[in-house]
Design a protein around this ligand. Structure first.
Ligand SMILES: *Cc1c(COP(=O)(O)O)cnc(C)c1O
Length: 470
């Protein structure tokens, strides 16, 4: 399997090189040349398989012959060994035909662990083989950073530099980034928004001299392997609810369009998905694009679901490419317009494809609070705010009545205790093992939203400034 850039001006790569590259050198995102297909019986058989084995099977379809199957199984089993639930991503039924897919049983209580634990081990394996070392620079709206720190702390072949928007993430989220004591972990608070952090990371990737000098690698959801790792739970959940014989719908709290795009890929691989809902909060660029056909940036507003406080949904470029008949010139044109004027129009074909492949809805902060209260009253289950956006969106869209509805629970309530307490009057408790998080010593560097300053910091912390690369 080869990987091609959505912008068509970078060389195609194998899975291992796409894994390390993250962003393509022309600024585009990597996409597989073709979609692997799963037979209906193969999907049905996933109902009996351990999660790690499904992950290895999915990876096998995308990794081609770059990593042998036995190694993929070993890597997957190791990646999920620390999860706090034996099913890894269990389903909990909260209504007659509504399930919550709990993706938060990993070390940092958010769904990002599912992909990041696997990604770190895959990278390690490739770097070990090549005897290389990389600098991982990642931007986080809250949860990616902690997941990256947990996955990469203490690893000998990577420095992890995490940029987060200063003062715009929860205390628990920040502490998961700042309390790691390993010398290869570096927390950087940027005086700006998540979009600023993401723009800094992209700019570093697009500065090729810098990129090569520090051996930059990316773990944001622009990294194709992260998307692949997220396909697993769509397949596992659907199969255990009776797919491919039963219709399943998924509602997905969306920010950077990575998670929901993994659902789209599962569908392209043959999983019958009755409805795939893009759920947004007040930062509703994807909902507006869905309804108007115009992708238009606005200012980011801070909400109770901070991991979705995003305006530039990077992975949407993958869908544009796919829905635009994989014409890279078309993607380049739209991304150019976005850079120049902060907006672009979808083609008629892209707009029609978006409406046929997805549904979309927005949840306001009052909607979220009412939903958390309502679900708690009716079922006793506590939703955290991002998951509640997904539940609200499910209720607002015309879900097919005969389907089993799955809402992706992207975080544990204890990650957002203030919001839960203000709505329900009770404070969720952190799972055991995380008790010391709130008292451990924090370590971080505050930097301005300035590319030169951040590049200088990366050079210094990775040793590349002194020409030390290994
Ligand atoms: C990252 C995140 C999201 C958004 O996921 P995307 O893949 O960026 O769309 C939603 N909820 C939580 C809790 C997250 O951490």
């Amino acid at each position: 399997m080869r990987y091609i850039s959505t912008r068509g001006e970078a060389p195609s790569l194998g899975f291992d090189d796409a894994l390390l590259a993250g962003l393509a050198r022309d600024g585009g995102l990597y996409m597989p040349e073709t979609w692997p297909r799963l037979a209906p019986q193969q999907i049905a058989d996933f109902a009996q398989a351990p999660f790690a084995d499904i992950a290895a099977t999915v990876l096998g379809h995308f990794a081609g012959n770059t990593i042998p199957r036995a190694d993929l199984v070993a890597i997957s089993r190791d990646a999920y060994a620390r999860f706090r639930h034996p099913a890894i991503t269990p389903l909990v039924q909260i209504d007659r035909n509504v399930w919550v897919l709990e993706l938060f049983h990993g070390p940092t209580l958010a769904f990002k662990d599912v992909a990041m634990q696997l990604l770190a081990r895959l990278m390690d394996r490739v770097l070990e083989e090549r005897n290389e070392r990389v600098a991982i620079v990642c931007a986080t709206s809250g949860d990616t950073g902690g997941a990256a720190v947990e996955a990469f702390r203490g690893r000998s072949r990577a420095d992890a530099i995490v940029l987060f928007p200063n003062g715009r993430i929860s205390d628990v989220q920040r502490r998961m980034i700042t309390t790691a004591s390993e010398p290869n972990v570096h927390a950087v608070a940027i005086n700006g928004t998540f979009d600023d952090c993401q723009a800094l990371v992209k700019a570093m990737f697009n500065d090729h001299a810098f990129r090569d000098r520090v051996k930059l690698a990316g773990v944001n959801s622009i990294n194709w392997a992260r998307v692949v790792a997220q396909i697993t739970y769509y397949l596992a959940a659907a199969a255990s609810l009776g797919a491919p014989h039963r219709k399943i719908s998924f509602s997905v709290p969306t920010g950077n369009f990575g998670d929901v795009f993994a659902g789209y890929v599962a569908k392209r691989m043959g999983l019958p998905i009755a409805q795939l809902v893009i759920a947004t909060n007040e930062n509703d660029i994807l909902y507006r694009t869905y309804t108007t056909g115009r992708y238009e940036l606005r200012d980011v507003v801070a909400t109770t679901s901070p991991s979705m406080d995003i305006q530039i949904s990077s992975n949407f470029e993958r869908f544009l490419f796919e829905a635009g008949n994989r014409d890279p010139a078309e993607v380049r044109g739209r991304m150019g317009a976005l850079r120049q004027s902060g907006a672009f129009e979808l083609s008629q074909g892209q707009a029609a494809a978006m409406r046929s492949d997805f549904a979309a809805a927005t949840a306001s902060m009052p909607d979220v609070a009412a939903c958390i209260r309502d679900v708690k009253e009716r079922s006793g289950y506590v939703l955290e705010p991002h998951t509640a956006c997904g539940m609200v969106a499910l209720q607002k869209t015309r879900a097919p009545a005969d389907a089993a509805h799955v809402v992706l629970a992207t975080a544990h309530p204890a990650k957002f205790p203030d919001t839960i307490e203000s709505v329900l009057g009770e404070r969720p408790v952190l799972p055991p093992g995380l008790a010391s998080l709130m008292t451990d010593r924090e370590r971080m560097t505050v930097l301005p939203n300035d590319l030169a300053a951040v590049q200088r910091y990366v050079l210094e912390t990775t040793g590349a400034a002194k020409g030390v690369t290994a």
